[in-house]
Ligand binder design. Structure first.
Ligand SMILES: [Zn+2]
Length: 341
């Protein structure tokens, strides 16, 4: 029988201090060339080991092989000039200096496929791989070529589909697209956001997921959250379209957040990765706190479709905090699993 409530993380985990500056988001590499390539593989092994020790069921590379969840992918594409930078408002929230789209975008060679193959060699457990979603990609660039967010998103969806098909062939069980932009641009989500996501997963036989969150615990995000009021109903805007979509799983922020849990009812039928770990706090949840979040979610998602998870990535956390949170996630899921048995 399939194990109920399989645990996983939404994405990134802390990097070792010899690879990148600890407790820093998008920290630059400390190694170079061949040494960096080897260092990334060693860090991937460590990250996998820590997930396994904590009893995580669906494992990942902990994003040890990338510096940034969007731009590392884009760096490998043609048509984007990383020297030519413009300041744009990201997620309608904060200014950032971003690269410029200067010509037709294309992918000449695989980006993460070798890394995924390496992870596949290390374990027989199910593995999940994260890619940026089309809408979040266009929102992290200045476009001087297509001059249309939608047009560029369709181009990226086509490129993501090429990468996703090769990740699937490399043995990835779940491909996840990170779309924090889905929590901001509701009209675009409904006009073409979900459609471009479906283009990105076209023809895949492995499972597919979309991760929609309120971001890392950085100041710009924390300030934004303060403006959202006592109930965060952003998910309500995208959920009907997502429910009708071909995406298999939806990864959400639920713990310590102001998201009303009953919104999950709107995607009834989908598998739901319920965030039961707060990534914006260094306080390690107790297993009972995790269990309580999962129990509340069970009112709106069938037990065989509930996947306990973290709210978002844990890259900026101290390593011992991230380890503690992984263990709490496992232990909390185990409590509820026993109750369901
Ligand atoms: Zn996230």
């Amino acid at each position: 029988m399939k194990r109920l409530l399989p645990t996983s993380t939404a994405g990134s985990l802390p990097k070792p201090s010899w690879l990148a500056e600890p407790e820093t988001l998008w920290s630059p590499w400390k190694l170079q060339g061949e040494t960096l390539a080897e260092g990334k593989q060693d860090a991937l092994r460590l990250s996998l080991h820590e997930q396994q020790l904590a009893g995580i069921d669906i494992v990942s590379d902990g994003e040890q092989t990338r510096q940034h969840f969007v731009t590392t992918f884009i760096e490998h594409l043609d048509g984007v000039d990383f020297e030519k930078r413009e300041t744009v408002k990201i997620r309608d929230r904060y200014d950032a200096s971003v690269p410029t789209v200067v010509g037709a975008v294309s992918r000449q060679k695989p980006v993460f496929v070798e890394d995924a193959r390496f992870l596949r060699e290390q374990t027989r457990q199910p593995i999940k791989w994260a890619l940026p979603g089309p809408m979040t990609m266009i929102d992290t660039l200045y476009d001087a070529h297509y001059k249309s967010r939608e047009k560029l998103a369709w181009e990226f969806a086509r490129i993501l589909n090429q990468e996703a098909r090769e990740l699937e062939a490399a043995g990835v069980d779940i491909i996840q697209f990170d779309e924090p932009a889905f929590n901001v641009f509701f009209d675009e989500v409904n006009d073409w956001g979900v459609a471009t996501l479906e283009r990105a997963i076209e023809g895949l036989k492995c499972e597919t997921a979309v991760h929609i969150c309120y971001g890392y615990g950085i100041k710009a995000n924390n300030d934004w959250k303060k403006t959202l009021g006592s109930e965060w109903r952003q998910y309500e805007e995208a959920f009907p379209k997502l429910k009708a979509s071909t995406i298999d799983m939806v990864s959400l922020e639920c713990h310590n957040s102001h998201v009303p849990m009953d919104l999950i009812e709107l995607i009834r039928g989908k598998k739901v990765m319920v965030g039961a770990i707060d990534v914006a706090s260094h306080t390690i949840e107790s297993p009972e706190e995790v269990a309580s979040t999962l129990r509340r979610a069970l009112q709106f998602v069938d037990a065989d479709k509930l996947y306990p998870c973290t709210n978002c990535g844990m890259a900026p956390l101290p390593r011992h905090v991230a380890r503690g949170k992984l263990r709490a996630l496992s232990a909390g899921a185990e409590i509820v699993r026993n109750e369901l048995a």
